[in-house]
Design a binder for this molecule. Structure first.
Ligand code: CP
Length: 302
């Protein structure tokens, strides 16, 4: 694999190798000396055409831990604002002898388009409503660290599935690793043909919580919705919001995940987000090790 454009392109063996390598890097970054010289001859540009906190900082830190040289580009403060095209922008960055591009873009397929036109490796850091592969890998790694082997585990993805690249990448990743996957949310926020991906569809959040070992809770993505959506945030919280009382009614404890950013009081109450059930900050911690693994394996592929 030359690029990481999506989980759809990976095999179970590819994913297992990334998760195993991430395990080694997690040990490294917990040592007093957190850096390794593995990518000291590599220059990586992080080009973000959409806002990000976790993904951008996590990639940059992962690059620093691997001793790569890094460049950070955000569209909002760039000559994109003067009308420069995506391809011209990237070709100008590559003219500075850059080896790898980490890219976030609002358009689905933007990294796939670039991969056909440039001679550098590309890591997709989220493309529109399509894929967010490193988020799915860090989610899988976090579940593995918490519960062991992914095969047979029951994961419920709850929220705005329709607009979520995290949901699609998670479904591909978890299914390839042998987990059972359920999606849960209002019918208006679940793609009509999603069961063709081998997932169970559920509209009762209480039933989804009772079924699963892990609930991966997603936010309502207002920025991707073209029309006034249904339900409203208040209605969403009333029918799909997860609070502590709901977890206390379950027959067994479950693990709560969220890719961030959280809309507190909408999809998750703070009493759940900050509880002992939550591994949300462990996901963020694991993101650095997983991104180190991805860039290390891509740079060293034969
Ligand atoms: N999970 C995630 O992609 O967060 P950011 O948008 O802050 O990068």
């Amino acid at each position: 694999v030359r690029h990481l454009l999506g989980i759809k392109d990976l095999t179970e063996t590819d994913i297992s190798l990334i998760l195993e390598t991430a395990g080694h890097f997690k040990e490294v970054i917990n040592r007093p000396i957190k850096k390794v010289p593995s990518l000291r001859d590599i220059t990586i540009a992080n080009i973000f055409f959409e806002n990000s906190t976790r993904t951008r900082l996590s990639f940059e830190l992962a690059q620093k831990r691997l001793s790569a040289d890094t460049l950070n580009f955000t569209a909002a403060s760039s000559s994109v604002k003067k009308g420069e095209t995506l391809l011209d922008t990237v070709n100008n960055i590559l003219a500075m002898k850059v080896d790898m591009i980490v890219m976030r873009h609002a358009s689905a397929g933007a990294p796939h388009f670039l991969s056909k036109h440039i001679d550098a490796q590309i890591v997709n850091a989220g493309d529109g409503t399509h894929e967010h592969p490193t988020q799915a890998l860090l989610d899988a790694f976090t579940i593995q660290q918490k519960l062991g082997d992914l095969a047979g585990k029951r994961i419920a993805i709850i929220g705005d599935i329709l607009h979520s690249r995290v949901a699609l990448s998670n479904i591909f990743c978890l299914k390839k690793m042998g987990a059972e996957v359920m999606v849960c949310g209002p019918a208006t926020l679940i793609p009509r043909h999603i069961s063709e991906l081998g997932v169970i569809v559920e509209h009762s959040v209480q039933k989804a919580l009772a079924w699963c070992d892990v609930a991966n809770v997603l936010r309502i993505q207002l920025e991707r919705q073209q029309i006034q959506y249904f339900p409203s945030l208040r209605e969403y919280n009333l029918y799909f919001g997860i609070n502590k009382a709901m977890l206390e009614r379950l027959p067994k404890p479950i693990t709560i995940m969220h890719p961030g950013p959280i809309n507190r009081g909408v999809e998750l109450d703070s009493s759940v987000a900050d509880s002992s059930h939550s591994v949300i900050l462990e996901q963020v911690e694991n993101g650095v090790a997983v991104r180190m693994a991805v860039m290390y394996l891509l740079a060293n592929r034969n």
